[in-house]
Design a protein around this ligand. Structure first.
Ligand SMILES: *[C@@H]1O[C@H](CO)[C@@H](O)[C@H](O)[C@H]1NC(C)=O
Ligand SMILES: *[C@@H]1O[C@H](CO)[C@@H](O)[C@H](O)[C@H]1NC(C)=O
Ligand SMILES: *[C@@H]1O[C@H](CO)[C@@H](O)[C@H](O)[C@H]1NC(C)=O
Ligand SMILES: *[C@@H]1O[C@H](CO)[C@@H](O)[C@H](O)[C@H]1NC(C)=O
Ligand SMILES: *[C@@H]1O[C@H](CO)[C@@H](O)[C@H](O)[C@H]1NC(C)=O
Ligand SMILES: *[C@@H]1O[C@H](CO)[C@@H](O)[C@H](O)[C@H]1NC(C)=O
Ligand SMILES: *[C@@H]1O[C@H](CO)[C@@H](O)[C@H](O)[C@H]1NC(C)=O
Length: 373
């Protein structure tokens, strides 16, 4: 019995050293969790650019952000974990030089109950391979992660990374740029991700169009707002053929078009509220539609697409097509969003794919039957 326990703990020690030891120079490694205080900072290797440690800032961290700034100005890469809990800090911008944070399995990058925090403010952070969570930060109005776009291990290994933001200021907003970076990573799962988009019409890029009603603008690549195609504007709906990003949602309702093939550029629809990302309803004449290049969708409800009350032929048309009748999953393969067509959830389990599986299994079974005889 003792022998097994010994083996087990040896194994753990090896894996820990493996992760830490292989990443950092001696002298830049901390084995235990370090709570940063005026005492512990004395042993902190401020001249290491790469540190292996589980760093924590909490209510015992009796140093101001200004005092911390010089201590962390050389820190570019952190392997381990990083936690801010019960601090009075207004931001984490004393870590503004940190470009990489990578966690071991079970590691995290977490902000919990920081009542004065206004922004995270890590402007150099490019790569984060940790589950990221912010909760209870009632003054938090922005992340300020302008460069964060890589969620892949230094080894090149890809695994699922989760991001969750809850109980922040009602003014909390995400920039289009931040959201574009996040959405382009298939392994990043935005869980409990609420808030709104920062107001930035026109400034981010000339092609941002903010839609208040059913006005349709020409030559936009990025549109924000609730975009509606209806009988009043359907004649100019071709204008949507340049749109790649929708920050908001898209509704095609009560038109009398028969075909709608203009959404050829559309790749991402990101809704931060509880509306359906895409809704196609009450188009009595519509028999054909396509969104051939749609890559990813984000919404805060289970449904990403609702198709309802159109021409019956449209139902037959879309039900056959994977681009509509599909469940979107996260990187782990867990169901994330479903599509609903005429009140029914599109269930891929009942379509072609898994029947193939059954046929394959029976062929293998038949073969193995012959061989064993
Ligand atoms: C800060 O906290 C450390 C550890 O709790 C303590 O040793 C030190 O005296 C404190 N310093 C001040 C200035 O309160
Ligand atoms: C860090 O600075 C100390 C002295 O302040 C020095 O002894 C040590 O070699 C330095 N380490 C690195 C990695 O530069
Ligand atoms: C993300 O970083 C990893 C590790 O440095 C690198 O291998 C990968 O190419 C980067 N991916 C992108 C999209 O920049
Ligand atoms: C990368 O992933 C593979 C397969 O999941 C695993 O065997 C390997 O240990 C991983 N490497 C690292 C450095 O995490
Ligand atoms: C977060 O806010 C919700 C209400 O918006 C509240 O029900 C919940 O208790 C809060 N969570 C925490 C951890 O305080
Ligand atoms: C996240 O959302 C799920 C359901 O959507 C809920 O059960 C869970 O409590 C939420 N977590 C947080 C931290 O808000
Ligand atoms: C479609 O609706 C528009 C506006 O309501 C109307 O002017 C037009 O005649 C209708 N077209 C057909 C084919 O019904």
């Amino acid at each position: 019995m003792k022998f097994y326990i010994f083996l087990l703990s040896l194994n753990l020690a090896i894996s820990e050293n493996g992760f830490f030891g292989s990443q950092c120079d001696e002298g830049c490694v901390f084995a235990e969790t370090v709570v940063i205080t005026s005492e512990s900072i004395k042993n902190f290797p401020s001249n290491c650019s790469r540190i292996c440690a589980n760093l924590e800032f909490n209510d015992n961290s009796n140093l101001s952000e200004i005092e911390l700034l010089p201590m962390f100005q050389n820190l570019k890469e952190l392997f381990g974990s990083l936690k801010f809990v019960n601090t009075n800090f207004e931001s984490a911008s004393f870590l503004a030089s940190l470009a990489v944070i990578e966690c071991d399995s079970g590691g995290f990058f977490k902000f919990e109950n920081n009542q004065n925090m206004k922004e995270i403010g890590m402007k150099s952070l490019i790569r984060c391979v940790c589950d990221f969570e912010v909760s209870l930060a009632p003054k938090l109005e922005k992340l300020n992660f302008p460069l964060l776009k890589n969620f892949t291990h230094s080894s090149g290994n890809i695994s699922q990374v989760e991001m969750s933001i809850s109980n922040v200021s009602s003014n909390f907003c995400i920039t289009f740029q931040e959201m574009q970076h996040f959405m382009m990573n298939e392994n990043l799962f935005l869980k409990n991700f609420t808030g709104h988009f920062c107001k930035q019409p026109g400034k981010y890029c000339a092609d941002v169009c903010e839609i208040e009603s059913s006005n349709i603008y020409f030559r936009c690549e990025i549109m924000s707002g609730s975009i509606v195609v209806n009988s009043e504007n359907q004649l100019i709906s071709d204008a949507l053929n340049t749109v790649k990003w929708i920050f908001g949602n898209l509704k095609i309702e009560n038109t009398n078009m028969t075909k709608f093939h203009v959404l050829n550029s559309l790749e991402y629809v990101v809704s931060l509220d509880n509306s359906n990302a895409i809704e196609i309803v009450g188009n009595r004449e519509l028999v054909e539609i396509s969104i051939p290049n749609l890559k990813r969708v984000q919404t805060n409800q289970k449904r990403w697409l609702q198709i309802q009350g159109n021409n019956e032929k449209l139902t037959d048309f879309v039900i056959e097509q994977d681009q509509f009748c599909k469940t979107l999953t996260n990187y782990n393969g867990e169901n994330q969003f479903v599509s609903e067509i005429d009140g029914k959830i599109c269930d891929q389990q009942n379509s072609g794919g898994s029947n193939f599986g059954i046929i394959r299994i029976s062929i293998i079974f038949i073969f193995s039957f012959f061989f064993t005889n």
